[in-house]
Every structure is written in C-alpha cells, then in structure tokens.
Design a protein around this ligand. Structure first.
Ligand SMILES: [Zn+2]
Length: 447
C-alpha cells in the first residue's frame, strides 16, 4: 500500500498571491505534502520529488492565495439583529449547534481560521471538541471562551463577571484551564443593556491584573473599546489588540484623539475596527424601510446609525493614514452581520484607504500575526499549514473578488462545499439603495 505522506498535491493557478504583500506571481503553484506546504512560487520552480505520486489541481485564470483569517467572530450569534441578551438566554446546546452552522458557513466562504471574541459558557470549547472528533468541519479556531466583564458589563451574560483584581486574575486562570487561547475583556460597556458604552468598565488595577496574568501564560489579550478612555486604559495595561477603537468622549462626542492613536502605534497594538457591523445595522434598517417603511423611532435609529458609521469610517481612514497595524475582524454573527460574509469588513478597510493588496494582508498574514498563529498559517510559505483558497478573479485589483471562492483547502484537504445553492444561501446582500453611498464618496475624495 502506498504511504499517503508520499502523495503530493500540486495546486496550480493563473496567479499566486502569497499573503505577505509582494506583487502577484503569474502562473504560480503550491506543493502540498500531507497537511503542509512544501513549496510555493512560480510554477516552473515548484516541483515534486522525482517518482512521487502527484495529484494536480489546475485553476487557469484564477488566483491561489492563503485561506482568509477572520480575527473577530461570534459563532454563537445569528446575525439577524437579535440582542446578545436573547442569544445568551438560549440553551447552551442550541447555540453550540448554531456555532457549528456558523463555522461551516465561514469555512465554505474561504475563511480557514477564526478568532471567536466571546461565547456563552463552554459552547466554543465544546464545538472545538466536536471538530477534533471529526464530527463537523470548521476553520482553525482561536478561542477566548467567555469574555471577561464587570458585573452588568458588556457580554457579562455569557458567564464571566468579576470584581477586583483577585477575581479578575482567577477568571483568566479559569479560562486558560478550560482551553482559552487568548483573553478577551470588555474594557467599556457596549450593546449590553446594563452596560455603559461611554465609560470605562474595569479599574486599571483589574485590567493590569488580567493582562499580566494572561501574558504570564503566553496568551495574547484583546479589549472591547466603545469609547476612548477604554482604549487609554487598555494601553496602560499593555493590551495587545484594541477592538472597535471608537473615539468618543464620555459625553458621547466623537473626538479623534491623535495622541491616543499615536500611542497605539508606538506600543505596536493591533486595531480591529469592525466597520461593517455598523454598516450592517444601517443596511438592515434600510431593508426594513424598503419593505414596510419605518416608524419615527426607527427612522431616528437609522439616522443615528448613519452618523455612527460616518464617524467610525472617517476615523478609520486616519488610522490607516497613520500606518497603524489594522486587521480584518468582522464581528459576525453579531448584530445584523452573518458569518460567511467576512469580506465586507475588508472591503470597508479598502474603502477607507488601504490598497487592495494591504486589504489581503489584513485578512491573511497580518491577521495571523495579530493572533499569534503566523508560524502555523496566514501565508503561502514552506512549513505552513496548507490552508489555501482559489479565487475567481484578482483580489489585488478588486478586493470584492474575494467573494468568488472557487475552492477551499483546509490543512491540505479539499473542502466539500456542496452545491452552489448552499453557497448562495450564505451570502448577505446589501439593500437595494445603499444609503451610505455619500460616505463612500466622501472617503474616496480623501484619497
Ligand atoms: Zn464582538
């Protein structure tokens, strides 16, 4: 019988993008042995050992590139606008199944690694057990388990509310015991009804205790920051990734703080802007308006959401101009944004000023670096896992080509994605009229 490790896969395509930002290579190839990449480059230079058995996959006119990495997901979510409180009220068994469905949708869309940013109880650890048993397929998962919150704080309903540095430290240790790969903290309130998005949540002592405890065990940290003081406290505590990075003062005024942005850059923290989740809220209200009209209250919410989106998007443009380390993290399936649609977030980054190639890097190698998994995945390099996608089109010219995924390989195995109808059902479409188009025009005018 043939030794399966001696069977190579040669994946050829009209164009190769390695995920590290260099120009695309015409007629590229990736050589895979078992689950790993052996070689990648121009097709003439990528050759299997003499006498080896080679399965060849040929995609003329298409692009081969690393699988996408979504640095911010909520696999418990539904993406249908329901509040987090309602998700948390569902039985763990039900939301674990929802997480499995979301994992499938994400993988089918070309996302081969995800970082979940907070789930209820043990649901995501249980999902990973099921994946390891081969029950379901899912992208590689970087998990925090539950986000850590103050009493009544953002996402505290998922099961980890703490008071004081001692409890905060204990929560970090408990999560690491359960299998957490990194620690997520809600540094400010958020959509959680009992929380205060414009105010810091933890004391600095609490934040420092959690961050240093996580770092002691070699775990990265990330904080939800819906207002500026949360970001400042996170920087004081040495947090590795600032999520949302909303520049708002305690009175709710939008106020871009260049000094704070400079500190983020100086400390080398990553920023995960989550713009599309704000746009998805706008889109869902707009859809409702088209279908049945809006009440005065809903119209006011739409106006508010449009203002919010415009502020966030213009602040993002400034962060990009300043050269900060910005990665793609969708925040789906939170709010009205469904998993399997990560590309919308990268499109927002590109519209705010990233080149399409930089957008690709933000969802491949930079994403992997920000999660600490760059020795495993995120680029087409020898020794990395063979997480490879085939894209119909050239995403280095048009980032929206990333919607057109022709094939997905996870760890060298071709993923059976079923019929087109399954894939079509995953995609969320914009409303007929896109009310934020004036924002897009304004942003384009900046560049
Ligand atoms: Zn989130």
């Amino acid at each position: 019988m043939q030794d399966s490790t001696q069977v190579f896969k040669l994946i050829k395509a009209g164009r190769l993008i390695d995920g590290m930002g260099g120009p695309p290579i015409q007629d590229g190839a990736v050589l895979v042995q078992d689950s790993r990449i052996i070689a990648a480059g121009p097709v003439g230079e990528v050759v299997a050992p003499e006498g080896a058995t080679v399965e060849t996959y040929d995609y003329p006119g298409k692009t081969v590139m690393p699988g996408m990495i979504d640095c911010h997901t909520h696999h418990n979510g539904f993406g249908d606008g329901r509040p987090g409180e309602d998700v948390a009220a569902l039985p763990d068994e039900v939301i674990t199944l929802q997480a499995a469905r979301n994992a499938r949708d994400s993988l089918f869309s070309g996302v081969t690694s995800i970082r979940d940013n907070g789930a209820k109880n043990m649901t995501m650890f249980r999902l990973r057990e099921a994946v390891n048993l081969g029950i379901i397929q899912a992208p590689r998962m970087v998990l925090c388990g539950r986000p850590i919150a103050i009493v009544g704080g953002h996402m505290g309903y998922f099961g980890s509310e703490v008071t004081g540095p001692v409890e905060a430290t204990a929560a970090v240790r408990q999560l690491i015991k359960e299998g957490a790969d990194y620690i997520k903290m809600s540094a400010t309130g958020g959509s959680t009804r009992t929380s205060f998005p414009l105010l810091p949540a933890f004391t600095l002592d609490e934040l420092k205790a959690m961050t240093s405890e996580a770092h002691k065990f070699g775990k990265l940290t990330a904080t939800h920051c819906a207002s500026t003081q949360g970001t400042i406290d996170s920087l004081d505590a040495g947090v590795d990734m600032i999520i949302h990075c909303v520049f708002k003062d305690a009175d709710g005024k939008a106020n871009f703080r260049e000094d704070v942005a400079e500190r983020i850059g100086a400390q080398g923290a990553y920023v995960n802007p989550t713009i599309h989740t704000a746009r998805a809220t706008v889109w869902s209200l707009q859809r409702r308006k088209e279908a049945q009209g809006l009440s005065a209250q809903e119209q006011a919410r739409l106006d508010e959401s449009l203002w919010e989106l415009e502020v966030r998007w213009t602040h993002l443009a400034r962060l990009i101009e300043m050269g900060l380390k910005i990665i793609t993290g969708s925040d789906s399936s939170w709010s009205s944004y469904k998993l399997g649609n990560t590309v919308y977030e990268t499109e927002c980054l590109v519209q705010a000023g990233m080149s399409p190639m930089k957008g690709i890097v933000s969802i491949t190698s930079d994403a992997a670096k920000s999660l600490g998994i760059d020795s495993v995945t995120g680029s087409l390099e020898p020794g990395k896992a063979a997480d490879v996608i085939i894209v119909d089109g050239n995403p280095a010219e048009d980032i929206n080509a990333l919607w057109n995924i022709a094939e997905v390989f996870l760890g060298g195995q071709k993923v059976d994605r079923g019929p087109e109808s399954v894939l079509a059902g995953i995609r969320q479409h914009p409303p007929i009229s896109r009310p934020e188009s004036s924002i897009e025009t304004a942003l384009e005018a900046r560049h």
